[in-house]
Ligand binder design. Sequence first.
Ligand SMILES: [Zn+2]
Length: 390
Amino acid sequence: MDGIASPWAPLAPSTRRVALELLRHGPLARSELALRLGLSAASLTRLTKPLLGAGMLRESPDVLPTSGGRPLQPLDVDAGRQRFVGIKLTRDRAYGVLTDLRADILARRSVAIGEASPDRVVERLVSLIAELTPGAGPAAVGVGLGGAVRGFTHVRRAPFLGWREVALGRLVADATGYPSVISNDLEALTEAEHWFGDGRGVRNFAVLTVGAGVGGGLVVHDRLVAGPDAGLGLLGHFPLDPSGPACPEGHHGCADALLTTHGIRLQASLALGRTVSYEEALDLAEAGEPVAGRIVGIAARALGALVAAVANIAQPERILVTGEGVRLARAGEERVRDAVAGARVPGASPVDLRILDDDPTLWARGAASVAIQRVVLADLPPDAGAPASP
Ligand SMILES: [Zn+2]
């Protein structure tokens, strides 16, 4: 992102804080905005003037009623002024979205990924980006993938593509001319919820994903927790049942063995003596087939135990569960909630558990959100709310 012209980069931190507050919160009356930022009315007027002049802020068309006096016209960022592309890269397809500055989706497309060499994949990404942006180009492109990413540009490893040490950010930027921001897909999803989704306004929350793997994302004190092991899927190997089936790493009854789409498929196929897909296993359980019902029931309780562990250890105010295998959480929601409640003690805060429908554009929007963050936070000191560098 170095050397990229952005209307955000030249703003003084105090000015940018005003725009960021509106970007993340939504429209606010001037008095409320001043209160939230600890500013006097005069200071707020001084700080918003150049932003209004540059068109970055505008008067919101939604007028707030007041008890007497004149109605309040709130301020808002003009989210339509900048556009972003977000892409979720999987082995078979790349799913793309075009978003505005608030990660609201304006268009979506996908392309097939054939050969997985970096050059071929970048060719496909370039064609996807062109399809999404027939007019003016985006302010930045975000790409999210399952794997370990360093410095928002370098893929250290992405096993699903067979990649190690690929300078994907530079390749995409060189091929398109757009600033490119690469991120781990789960961190990206977590950031999208953090700034623009169900984690908005929540200082501590967790995201759990179930699907081909089990993933965990954590925001503590309003910042994403990011370490060198992000992208390894470590939460998937959390022990839940020592007498359970083994995962490919040999852990008995870890979350990966019990909860993943692969784990459920394997358990159901073994127990029923024929090949059963994940969806079929859940169909059978819902239809009352006892063997599938038992496997899905155990998996749902195990998911509840995992949610409870996250709740008790990290003490998030909210936990979001999603992922391509989220149907398990829906089908077994009562068991999940019972397991969570059973692991708490009287006096503990209730766990605000939310189950979100999964689709690839949710993840693509995540990649766009990280690109948005990099643009609007560019050059700000780290204590200004920037996500930690992976
Ligand atoms: Zn394991």
